[in-house]
Design a protein around this ligand. Sequence first.
Ligand SMILES: *[C@@H]1O[C@H](CO)[C@@H](O)[C@H](O)[C@H]1NC(C)=O
Length: 295
Amino acid sequence: MEFIYRVATLFLLCFIHPCFSALVQEQPLVLKYHNGALLKGNFTVNLIWYGKFTPAQRSIVVDFINSLSSTRAAVPSVSSWWKTTEKYKGGSSTLTVGKQVLFENYPLGKILKSPHLPALASKFNGVNTINVILTAKDVAVEGFCMRCGTHGSTKGVSASARGVFLWVGNSETQCPGQCAWPFHQPIYGPQTPPLVAPNGDVGIDGMIINIATLLANTVTNPFNNGYFQGPANAPLEAVSACTGIFGSGSYSGYPGRVLVEKSTGASYNANANNGRKYLLPAMWDPQTLACKTLV
Ligand SMILES: *[C@@H]1O[C@H](CO)[C@@H](O)[C@H](O)[C@H]1NC(C)=O
């Protein structure tokens, strides 16, 4: 299991040690490879929607995932962002959205415990799948807001990757300052004006940041013995090691310079299929030993 303590932790560290973010960028950041299997090759991403999402919201997520391994959009693109995962031992990971199920009537209630997540993920079985659980804004999940999502596996350590799952919640009404930052004012630390969400939906655009984070963390550390820094029970992984960084020149509370769409004022850094745009977090690059931003 892996936890993202995104903005809150970063800001807290910056209060304790004001130059924390400068240190992160100046010293080489090393995520050690622990010799375990990574997810390389072709993977099907199944989506488990828990609670109510509109068709428009679902298509923002589907287009994002299908853009990871598609080279149709102009750079900087979602696929150029995903390409950094190829530099982690063993080649590329091609992801395609597979099956989807809608649990619109909250069959397990609106308060989920951690064991509910692998239980929901077991809806879809099969090799080379990643099951993604997405919870609606009115669903409380154990640990939500301490973390914005999590990933794990249920069936042991295998390159055929059974039982790999991740969860991300819609934080629109629960903790947008933590999990939908920088589209929402942060709760802690220095305040910069929120950015305009590229798909006009603070909750879903925030989920995209966390889905991107967890997909990259999952393929590079699926069984807790891949790439990470720190203790295995609270690892810093491919993207969680770069928390709070979206563009060049970022510092605590400032996401960095990103692109702005003139007509809407929306901030983004990645083009995608169907003319969509997304704002994606920096990812650790094993070649340069630094957090890589798209712009
Ligand atoms: C992945 O799928 C593509 C297209 O179907 C195929 O050409 C390729 O050989 C597959 N790769 C692996 C590693 O199975």
